[in-house]
Write a protein of this length. Structure first.
Length: 586
């Protein structure tokens, strides 16, 4: 071994490590500058991939529909629109009911809701080729369709939705399979294959007499010019191997093909294959012989002698290289520590600027709320002065001004408690369905006659631990946002429904243009608004309410279907319910 080359190789590796350490320290110092641009590129690539996926699914000629965990449609491609006779604005949010699409078995019997493919997929089942009749609401045409549905699971294995493919099967026929005529093998081909085989092939009968041999087997015969008709043991084996081979042939006649024994005879190993007659009885054996390769003897490699002086020099050089490597590592650690300090300082400055921005948005939100209350009071007082001769109207205006003043007092009291680290929030277990039903009149007055308002509440109690005042403000703020989105013309739906995993889901949906990507990303920021003058803070108010009740807020956007803001509310014990009258008295 050339130790000079080894030392030069170690030196080259050390230099490469040092250069890599210096390069890593320099590039890592400026890496945080390019993070923002890289994130933008990743986001653009993701948006482009989503667009291509949406276009691809629309081009698929099979109707594809996706539902959420409650069985509501959340996606349908172009083929599904044509098959189901509805567009996204009419389809999304609906469930796959038998009555809506006239779903029956082919014999006319109605299909129970729990047997529909989507319902079975939501229970974790995979449904393949479920056939039923379906009526198109637009064309009134009845079709025979085949549905395949599968559950959609998250990373924890929980079913969060379903995907179904619907294909119209009327007019489809099953092609007839033509059976190819049986081909009789040519005996000449069999003989040619037998003769051309590279292995030694011998056919023996039940007595061990040779019946057929190929040229390779003839070359292995022990001095026999005509092996056919003679004993296999006498022609191909030595005297020492003949007794064992005779027993092996007898065993091969009764053994299964995978259990036939092997004959090891010197340099040739013979494997057996039973041959049967027309009645299925084994009457002969095919012996295939292959030359055994001799085992290679292990070679002993001479170990060169090492000069002690060269070994000492190499050891010393290795110590020097290790010292240089340790110094490079120490320098790299120092650069990393400096980089961490720079990142910590930048993070502290960024957090400070974010806190200032939050304070500004908080101030804008307070100004918005107080301006609204003062506007109600001043408007009521102005009307009282202008219509002083109508006592009943003066009384109603006075009650409105008093209510606005009380809300302002409540707001300032809550702010004072918050600044002192106290919590005076009157959190109680109340029926959200009753509260929402009581708000319906105020909400209809709020939206006006030009907007179609729909309020859906369940018939059973919906106990949730909350502050009724904050709940009132959150719902009215979300409705105000939806009203601005539809610009006074369209529809707004407020819905309260139970969740499959427990709890309640309060959603406000509009038919407006939907949220932009930036608005959806920043909607949960405190007091974020896209309106001038700190207006349009409904999402921030709803998000604060969701955090108070230990729930969460989500924003969904459907193509051409507007926006839907959902509040997930955890369920509270029903035996602790407090009526609205008791809450006001307390």
């Amino acid at each position: 071994m050339n130790w000079t080359l080894v030392l030069w190789a170690v030196t080259a590796v050390s230099v490469c490590v040092a250069l890599f350490s210096a390069w890593f320290a320099v590039t890592h110092r400026v890496r945080h500058v390019t993070t923002s641009s890289e994130l933008d590129l990743v986001q653009k690539a993701a948006e482009s991939a989503d667009k291509r996926l949406f276009e691809t699914l629309n081009a698929v000629p099979v109707a594809l529909v996706e539902t959420d965990s409650q069985g509501k449609f959340v996606y349908a491609n172009r083929a599904a629109h044509q098959l189901l006779g509805r567009r996204d604005a009419e389809l999304l949010g609906l469930r796959f009911h038998s009555a809506t699409w006239g779903i029956t078995f082919p014999d006319g019997r109605p299909v129970p809701p729990d047997l529909l493919p989507s319902a079975r997929a939501l229970r974790g089942q995979t449904v393949k080729g479920f056939q039923h009749l379906l009526a198109n609401p637009a064309t009134r045409r009845t079709m025979l369709v085949s549905v395949t549905a599968m559950p959609i699971e998250n990373e924890y294995g929980q079913v969060v939705g379903s995907m179904a493919a619907i294909v119209e099967t009327e007019g489809l026929t099953t092609p007839q399979i033509e059976t190819a005529p049986a081909v009789t093998p040519d005996p000449g081909y069999v003989r040619r294959v037998f003769e051309a085989a590279s292995s030694a092939l011998v056919v023996v009968d039940a007595e061990g007499q040779v019946r057929e041999v190929n040229p390779v087997a003839e070359s292995l015969a022990h001095g026999a010019d005509a092996p056919v008709g003679r004993s296999f043991m006498d022609v191909f084996l030595t005297e020492a191997d003949r007794a064992a081979a005779h027993q092996a042939i007898r065993a091969g006649l009764v053994a299964s093909p995978e259990d036939t024994p092997v004959i090891d005879a010197g340099e040739v190993r013979w494997r057996m294959l039973p041959l049967t007659d027309d009645d299925g009885r084994v009457d002969a054996l095919l012996l295939a012989g292959e030359q055994r390769e001799p085992e290679a003897e292990p070679s002993v490699e001479q170990i060169p002698q090492i000069d002690p002086a060269e070994l000492d020099a190499a050891t010393a050089r290795q110590g020097e290289l290790e010292a240089e490597l340790a110094a490079a590592r120490a320098e790299l650690d120092s650069e990393r520590d400096a980089l961490r300090r720079i990142e910590a300082e930048a993070r502290f400055e960024l957090e400070g600027s974010q806190r200032l921005a939050d304070v500004g948005r908080l101030t804008g939100g307070l100004v918005h709320d107080l301006n609204a209350l003062i506007g109600v009071m001043t408007s009521a007082l102005d009307m009282m002065l202008k219509q002083a001769d109508d006592p009943s109207r003066i009384r109603r205006l006075g009650e409105a001004a008093l209510a606005a003043g009380q809300r302002g007092e409540h707001l300032t009291r809550r702010l004072g408690a918050f600044s002192e680290g106290e919590d005076e929030s009157p959190v109680q277990v109340m029926d959200v369905a009753v509260l929402l039903k009581g708000l319906e009149t105020k909400l209809r007055t709020q939206v006006g006659p030009g907007v179609d308002l729909m309020v859906e509440v369940p018939s059973e109690p919906a106990p949730v631990r909350l502050d009724p005042v904050i709940f009132d403000g959150a719902v009215r703020a979300l409705v105000a946002n939806a009203l601005e989105a539809v610009a006074g013309q369209g529809s707004v739906a407020v819905r309260l429904e139970p969740k499959m995993e427990g709890g309640w889901l309060l959603s406000v949906r509009d038919s407006g243009p939907g949220f932009s990507d930036e608005a959806r990303t920043r909607a949960v920021e405190p007091f974020f608004s896209t309106k001038p003058g700190a207006q349009g803070l409904g999402l921030a108010q709803a998000h604060a309410f969701a955090r108070q009740v230990r729930g969460r807020m989500s924003i969904d956007r459907a193509p051409g279907g507007g926006a839907e803001v959902s509040l997930s509310l955890p369920e509270a014990p029903a035996d602790q319910l407090v009526s609205p009258d008791q809450s006001q008295a307390s």
